[in-house]
Each structure stands twice: as C-alpha cells, then as structure tokens.
Design a protein around this ligand. Structure first.
Ligand SMILES: [Zn+2]
Ligand SMILES: [Zn+2]
Length: 790
C-alpha cells in the first residue's frame, strides 16, 4: 500500500561524514518510517508524512555530525511505498552535485583505540572512522563508496564488516575503515627500496631508532610523503638542509599533541584551536627562543635545533594528524621536522615507486604502507593575525570544501580559473560555490605544470565540472595564461588583471555582495602585470597600489613610486639591486652619506659601493633590462639589504622581507601601533622622505629600530593615502590584499590605523592573501564582467 509522503533532499558536505546513520537514529527517535540514501545530489530522505516534519528538519540542522556542512534542505510531496520501518538504502548514481569530504585528522576515539592494548585496532597505523581519516586524497570517483576509493582492494574482515553495517556504530559506512587483520600494512624499506621489515611494530620501532640516531626518514602521510628528522638534532637538520638544497628556508615541526609544544612556542586560544582543528594545519607560532629558561624542566631535553628556523622568530607547528604519525610521535618524545618530500625541481612524492626512485638519495629509510594516495595535498598553513586565522596555503584538510559565494553569484557556474604562476592553485566555480583546488606551487617548473594539467582533468571528472568560461591572468608572459589559451577557444577565454583578482578574492572572502558599491583596495605584493589602459601610470609592473574597485571594475588611484628592476628577474633574488635602485631614485648624495655614515666600517653601504656602479647607472639610463616597477615586495628587499644580512642573494622567495619583519618584531611593543608621532613629524609622507630618514637613522640606530621605523612609516604613508582617497567612495570598507599582507606586523599596523580613522579593514581568512587565492578572484571578476556586458 502506498501513501502520501515527503522527500527531503539535503545538499552540501553530507556524504562520508556519518550523515545517514545520524538520520537513521533521528528518524527512529521521531518514530518515522521510510528510508535514507545517498545519490549524486546529496542525501535523500523519504518518509511517510507526519505532523512532526518541521521538528525533524530542525533537528537535522541543529544536530548534524561535526564534519557535515548543510548547504540546503529542500522538500517535496511524493507518493511513498508502504514503509514499516526506517532503513538505510543503497546509493543511487546520477548527475553529481554533492560535495566531497576533506581529509580529517585522527579523532579522539580512534586515538584511544590506538593506545588500548586490548583493542582490535591497538597500534593500527591506518586506523580511522566516520569522524576521521583520509577522504579526498583517496576518492577515485563519486558517489563516495568504498569501491570508489583506493581501499577497494582491501576486503573487510567479519568484525569490520559488522561495524560497517551497524548504524549505531561510528564505523557505519565509514568507507576507508580497516584493522590490523584486513587493512593496508606497513613496510620499512632501506633507501634502495629493499624491505627491512613488514612487521607493523618492528617498522615503527626501527623507524624511531633511525630517527633517534639522526637519520632522515621518508614517511608516507595523508597527502604525500614527508622527510623527517629529529627536531632536537642540529646535525640531522643540517644534513636535511644540505640534501634538500634548502640552506635557509625555515622547516615546520610536528608535535605529538598540544602539550608537547609547551616551551617550544607560544600559542593563544585561537592558535590552539587551529592546531587541534579537524584540518590540523601548520600554524605559524612565535617561537620560545629561551627554551632552557622554561619552568617546564622536562622540556629542557627537547630544546629544538636552532637551525630549523635560523634567526626567524616564528616556527611552523602542526600536530600529529594520522595514526602512523601518532605512533611515531608518542615513541619519539621530541618533535620531528616534517618537510614535503621532493627533490628540487620535482613535485612532492605521493607513491611508493616514486619514493624509492626519487628519495633514495636523500633519505636513509622509507616508512610506507600500501594504501595509495590519489592526490597530492601539502600541509596547509595558517597564521593568526590580530586574533583571526588566515589561511596562507590551502591544501590538506581544507580542499575540497566548497566556499559559499556572496550574494549576486548564485548563478555563477562552470567557470575555471587558472590562478597565478608562482603559488598556483586553480579554482572551479560550480553552481554558485567555489572550489579552490589544492596548492601546487611554481608552474614555471615543468613538473608542477604537468601536475596543474593533471589536477584540472582529474578534478573536472571527479566533480563533473564543465569548463564553459576559462579565466587567466592578463599577462601573456605567464605560463598559466598560455595554458588557459590551450584549453579555451576564442570565445570562452576571459583575462583579468592580477591585482583586480586579488581584490575580488578578498571581497568574496568577506562576503561582499556583487552589487556592493566600489571600495578602496590596497594591494601590496611582489609583482603583478597591470594592463595600463585604465591607469595614469606609465609602467605596467605593479605591486604597491591603491585602487577603487568592485567585482566588475578596478581603477588605479596611486602607487609606490616606480623604480628600476636592475637586471630584470635578478632583482627578485638579489636584494642589493633594489637597495641600489631605491637609493639612486630617492637619496641624492647616498655615496657621500655612505662615507660619513659608518666611518668606513664595513656595512651594506660599503658593500654596495663595491658593485659596478657606473655600469649599473648606464644600464638604467639606457633602459637595459631595467623595467620600472612599483613593487612593495622589492621595497622590503631594499630596506632588508640595508639592515639585515640578506644583501647578496635570497635563497627562497620572501627571505629578505621575512628577515626585515623579524628585526622589526624585536623592537615592537603594543605602543608601536599608535602612529600619532608619525602624523605629527611627517604630515605629508612620501617614499623620498622615508629614505632620507632611514639614511639619517642608519648612522646611529640598530637594525631592529630601523626595521620597525620602516614598517611604521610605510603603514603611515598607506593610511595617509587611504584617508585622502576616502572622499572618492561611498563605502568605508578597505580591502587589504597581496602577499605582503602575510607580514603580520604591517597588517596589524594597517588594521589598527584604519580602525582609528573610521575605515573598515577587509582582510583575508579562508582564501590566501598571496597568489594562492588569486584564482577565485579571477573567476568572479570574469563572470561579473560577462554579466554586465550581456
Ligand atoms: Zn576516528
Ligand atoms: Zn578488519
């Protein structure tokens, strides 16, 4: 007998997160008869109609599982079968609309099992349940079922199968579940790929022994291999630096749990919440440099090696987030350095064969298992600025969570944006939501460019995504621009200015509607090519600019004075070139001042004097590979070349700027945020005046004092611009975007200053302020412009 019923369709991140057993339990509580199943749209519930329907729907929304994100619950009247009970039915295929879950750090219940000798899953290195474990990294296709994952080849043993079928168990339909008896197993290999042991306990024991002896071990993680060494062993860290050709860039460390970071770094409540969140990202923390003074005597033995961060005041910390990492960390009694495992020039390794081929020359042994990783997911990176978390690198734990778009973008669909060249992370827009794909890195590296093509094809299939509108940066010299042209036809390619994309990404991150009136937007970064047709500037390489913008339009108001990039691209790696350019442009008699300043003592200025100055001057005069650029990044490099030891060469992007920020933090106090002294002393600030001040401070002030002066003066100058420009717009919101906003000190100065002058700062949170967030902005600008035209 059939009857009148209701069908509920629930969309969002509702599969693979324990949603159906949750509905089953709830339906039993409400004494409903019917069924629940997954289809490609999401979760479908069919029940006989009762007066309890609205209470039932309310309960779904209020009590949904921790990892679920409900986008929408729609209902319609149907004719139902004659249900006697409530059941969980099989999944049905169809057109894909639902979201794919993210990879989640090991939950407390699984951790307890891991450490309980009587438990079936005691010390099981791939333990997981409905609340935790791998997802996006192992899913081949949708809908999400075990047969569609890299767990397909592992048949469940009977006890696992019983749990899998039991709606009251937290492993009900948890697709990747396994145990010591039926699941993937560990192997410890030497660096030629020969098996040392495949006994689970011996693998961990031997790996710990090797780490304690200062060896480098390649360890398979959730989204790829890490190279690990004991973080308290200076020599081991040094060896890792040499082998990875990574002389200075700070490493991140992995600690057993939140208590294990005490004495190493300071974490406030927000930072601790980030560390312990299901995404378990690397969080940038202030390092405790006086570790031996700590009261926590037991930590003294765990003083971490100084060469992990060298002279940087911050340290990237993550907590163990997979069972195998927990097993290692609990045995190590000290944190591990964990860095992505790749040879320079290659992409990070995700499979066992690659690990043996590529990592053998770097590591001493390899700890791996036979559950395959389908997609590379680097560790995500978060920084808390002014009490608010901001994602700097978006990958494991965050991708592929769909981001809601602001009002006005509901119909935005089938857009593919390529993003930027250096921190590449493409973006799909699908049915009014944004899918920011995993961070890949620098696509000028052919291996990473290959990954970009593969990632686009793979995710297009996985998400049944259509490329109707293809978007790229306007600069024809960008690799991403060229790739987009290959994929697009003449009609569906849209090009967007670099800085406009930054602004739109920030607007969307703050939920600013498409029809919102234009706002002021400050974009500070290394370099972005700007199509000069809407600007008064005579140069096209921008990076320290003020705009008036909305999603459709972007008008350039003013920028830092343009200075020559001496030697073109070389200026990005050799800070002294920028110091020379700035002094030539802004300080009339810098060579004479250099003589007086330090009375012949060796300093950056005397080093600069040794460069072929006449030759460099003639290059500038004759426009020989000295394009003009108004880059904030290069200005930081210039000041850093003067006061830090980063003069000749930086070994990684942002090194000079990070050193300058580190120096400034040394002298920073909360009083530094108040810029009223600068307002009195420098009522009409400009870069020329700033350099003259810096030169006069140079003779008698410490590098830290000058670094702090520079940060405060620059903030003062930018805030002055923003005050002056306010009359040109109705809105008092101000976008703060671009990679330079990763500088927490400058961002704090700007945020504080804007609040003082009754303007509302819009900072980045879920979408990186650096080029990793650009693809979202590109997609929205291109689509909004297209709507305006049609
Ligand atoms: Zn779990
Ligand atoms: Zn089993």
């Amino acid at each position: 007998m059939s009857g009148v019923g209701i069908q509920l369709t629930i969309t969002g991140q509702v599969q693979g997160v324990g949603f159906r057993p949750f509905i089953w339990q709830l339906a039993n509580e409400f004494q409903l008869c019917g069924e629940v199943y997954n289809n490609a749209q999401g979760v479908i519930i069919k029940v006989h109609k009762t007066h309890q329907m609205s209470a039932f729907i309310e309960a779904i929304q209020e009590r949904a599982p921790r990892l679920a994100h409900i986008s929408d619950i729609s209902q319609k009247t149907i004719t139902t079968a004659n249900y006697q009970t409530f059941t969980i039915a099989h999944s049905c295929l169809g057109k894909m609309h639902t979201q794919i879950p993210t990879d989640v750090a090991t939950c407390q219940d699984c951790l307890t099992e891991l450490n309980t000798p009587t438990d079936r899953r005691y010390h099981y290195a791939l333990n997981n349940c409905i609340h935790c474990g791998p997802r996006y990294s192992i899913i081949e296709r949708m809908p999400y079922d075990r047969s569609a994952t890299t767990m397909a080849d592992f048949a469940m043993c009977e006890p696992c199968a019983i749990q899998y079928r039991d709606p009251q168990n937290r492993r009900f339909h948890a697709q990747p579940i396994a145990c010591n008896k039926c699941g993937p197993t560990l192997s410890l290999l030497n660096n030629s790929g020969e098996i040392i042991t495949q006994d689970a306990q011996a693998c961990i024991d031997e790996c710990v022994t090797q780490l304690k002896q200062g060896k480098i071990v390649a360890i398979k993680g959730v989204g790829g291999f890490h190279l690990a060494v004991d973080a308290t062993n200076t020599e081991a860290v040094n060896r890792l630096r040499l082998k990875k050709h990574r002389p200075h860039k700070p490493f991140a460390i992995m600690a057993r749990d939140i208590n294990a970071i005490q004495g190493i770094a300071f974490a406030d409540e927000t930072e601790r919440a980030q560390l312990q969140s299901p995404a378990a990202p690397i969080v940038l923390l202030r390092q405790n440099k006086n570790q031996s003074n700590t009261e926590l005597a037991h930590n003294i033995a765990h003083n971490i090696a100084h060469n992990i961060t060298l002279d940087m005041p911050f340290i990237g910390v993550m907590l163990a987030n997979a069972p195998m990492q927990h097993l290692l960390a609990s045995r190590m009694h000290s944190p591990l350095v964990m860095t992505s495992a790749n040879l320079s020039g290659c992409s990070p390794v995700i499979d066992n064969v690659q690990a043996i081929e590529q990592l053998g020359s770097i590591c001493d042994c390899i700890l791996t298992h036979n559950r395959s990783i389908l997609r590379r997911l680097d560790d995500s990176l978060v920084q808390v600025i002014d009490g608010k978390p901001s994602i700097m690198r978006r990958a494991r734990g965050y991708v592929p969570h769909m981001l809601d778009l602001p009002k006005g973008f509901e119909l935005c669909d089938s857009v593919t944006a390529f993003g930027a060249d250096i921190k590449n992370a493409p973006c799909f827009i699908k049915q009014g939501k944004a899918l920011l794909l995993p961070h890949l890195g620098d696509v000028s590296n052919p291996a990473i460019l290959d990954e970009l093509s593969r990632s686009l094809t793979d995710n297009q299939q996985l998400f049944a995504h259509q490329n109707q509108l293809i978007v790229a940066d306007k600069h024809a010299g960008y690799v991403t621009h060229q790739q987009a042209k290959i994929l697009a036809n003449s009609e569906n390619l849209q090009l967007v200015n670099h800085h406009h994309a930054h602004i739109a990404a920030c607007l969307a991150d703050n939920g600013i509607a498409r029809e919102h009136p234009p706002v002021l937007a400050l974009v500070l970064d290394g370099l972005g090519w700007h199509d000069g047709s809407h600007s008064q500037a005579t140069h096209s390489l921008f990076g320290g600019e003020l705009f008036i913008a909305d999603y459709q339009h972007c008008q350039h108001l003013r920028g830092l004075p343009a200075t020559p990039l001496i030697g073109g691209d070389k200026a990005a790696t050799q800070p002294w070139r920028n110091l020379f350019a700035q002094l030539e442009c802004h300080v009339d008699d810098w060579q004479a001042q250099a003589q007086e300043n330090r009375q012949g003592k060796p300093c950056a200025l005397s080093q600069l004097q040794q460069q072929p100055i006449a030759l460099l001057r003639s290059a500038i005069q004759n426009n020989l590979n000295t394009p003009l650029a108004s880059s904030a990044g290069r200005l930081f490099d210039a000041v850093s070349a003067l006061v830090s030891d980063c003069f000749a060469e930086q070994s990684f992007e942002g090194q000079a700027a990070m050193k300058l920020e580190a120096l400034a933090w040394h002298d920073f106090t909360e009083n530094s945020l108040d810029l009223s002294d600068f307002k009195r002393s420098y009522p009409s600030p400009n870069i020329k005046q700033m350099w003259q001040q810096i030169m006069s401070l140079y003779a008698h002030q410490t590098p830290s004092a000058i670094a702090l002066f520079f940060h405060r003066y620059l903030a003062h100058l930018l805030l002055f611009w923003l005050r002056q420009a306010q009359v040109q717009v109705r809105s008092n919101k101000v976008v703060l975007s671009g990679g330079v906003m990763q500088n927490a000190l400058l961002t704090r100065l700007l945020v504080h200053g804007l609040q003082q002058q009754q303007q509302v700062p819009l900072c980045h949170h879920k979408v990186p302020c650096n080029d990793g967030g650009i693809s979202l902005g590109q997609a929205l600008v291109a689509w909004a412009q297209l709507q305006e035209r049609t």
